[in-house]
Design a protein around this ligand. Structure first.
Ligand code: ZN
Length: 334
């Protein structure tokens, strides 16, 4: 089993050493332009004294930017003297995807967040996933994987956790989710959890938080600020940095009940009727899809399945049958 095999990727970072180290994983990448070349995937380790280990990752999908920016800034700004414990940062987890401004790796077609636990002798994407599985997750107490919507989706900025059977871990994770302080704190039912970093970390019993901080392949000053505040709030919440978490706005606790996902029935141009964050009612049309080759055809409407808030929406003008057009979130009864 890959989980029991050591990683074959060398790194110049010593996770046991104190202080701040900027280093990389050197993933062998032999190709036409560089026979003995390597992909140098950045990694940062900041350690001082006693305390928990927090692993922060971003660039799991290359076209999701708030987490990447927040983690680059955190890596440069954190002083080891301020830290109690260890902070490990990988801001460009799928580096070829980051270089290509793409969700998945243009080199091997690997979707990092469907590649876990990875494989020590697999593709570049599988090898990096495997390094995280065997070298980083076992060292971490808390894992924070930062996503946004990428080029095809846009989200109301949110921190996310999954419903967990283990009540103690659920409560600990929920407290961290609230501490992050995003406008929405969401308990999400995944559409497809196989191969996700989330699943691997949760199966190891780690505290796991994810985010969806914006999207459309870009970012805003506000969404970056939410990301930066959130990572520092988590460090304070777990005592790695001194002080208390604080946030400008109160967080709204929400979840995604069954039927929250709306799929496109047809191919065409999607005309949205609502903006992100709008409240919608069950049965109302959320938008309509025009057949761009047959103007005589009536547009096909997509309906809200439940009452709630438009939490996520498809941003590309063009849509294909089977695409997620919208996700509706509802306030959580506590
Ligand atoms: Zn993502």
């Amino acid at each position: 089993m890959p989980r029991n095999e050591p990683s074959l990727i060398p790194t110049n970072v010593d996770f046991e050493r104190g202080g701040k180290q900027f280093g990389h994983l050197a993933v062998p990448h032999s190709r036409n332009e560089s026979a003995w070349g390597s992909l140098l995937v950045p990694i940062v380790c900041i350690r001082n004294g006693e305390g928990p280990t927090i692993l922060f990752t971003a660039g799991n999908h290359g076209d999701e930017y708030e987490g990447q920016v927040a983690l680059h800034k955190l890596a440069r700004e954190l002083s080891p003297d301020d830290v109690s414990g260890r902070v490990i940062i990988m801001p460009a987890l799928n580096l070829p995807a980051v270089r290509g401004a793409a969700r998945i790796s243009p080199i091997d077609g690997g979707n990092m967040n469907r590649s876990f636990p990875g494989h020590p002798r697999g593709t570049l994407t599988q090898r990096v996933a495997h390094f995280v599985t065997v070298e980083l997750l076992p060292r971490a107490d808390i894992v924070v994987d930062m996503h946004s919507g990428g080029k095809s989706l846009d989200f109301v900025p949110s921190a996310i956790m999954h419903d967990l059977d283990d009540r103690k871990r659920f409560d600990t994770t929920l407290a961290a989710l609230k501490a992050f302080g995003a406008p929405v704190s969401l308990i999400l039912k995944e559409l497809d959890s196989i191969g996700m970093l989330d699943t691997e970390a949760e199966e190891m019993g780690k505290i796991f938080i994810s985010t969806e901080l914006g999207g459309a392949g870009t970012m805003s000053p506000r969404s970056v600020a939410i990301a930066e505040t959130g990572v520092r709030n988590l460090l304070r919440h777990f005592g790695v940095l001194p002080g208390e978490p604080s946030s400008e706005t109160p967080t709204r606790m929400m979840d995604t009940p069954d039927g929250a996902f709306v799929k496109s029935e047809v191919n065409g141009i999607y005309e949205p009727f609502y903006a992100l964050g709008d409240e919608v009612k069950a049965g109302e049309p959320l938008g309509q899809i025009h057949d761009f080759e047959r103007p005589e055809m009536e547009a096909v409407q997509a309906f809200a399945p439940i009452d709630g808030m438009l939490f996520c929406r498809h941003v590309a003008g063009l849509t294909t049958r089977g695409d997620s057009l919208a996700v509706i979130a509802v306030d959580r009864a506590e």
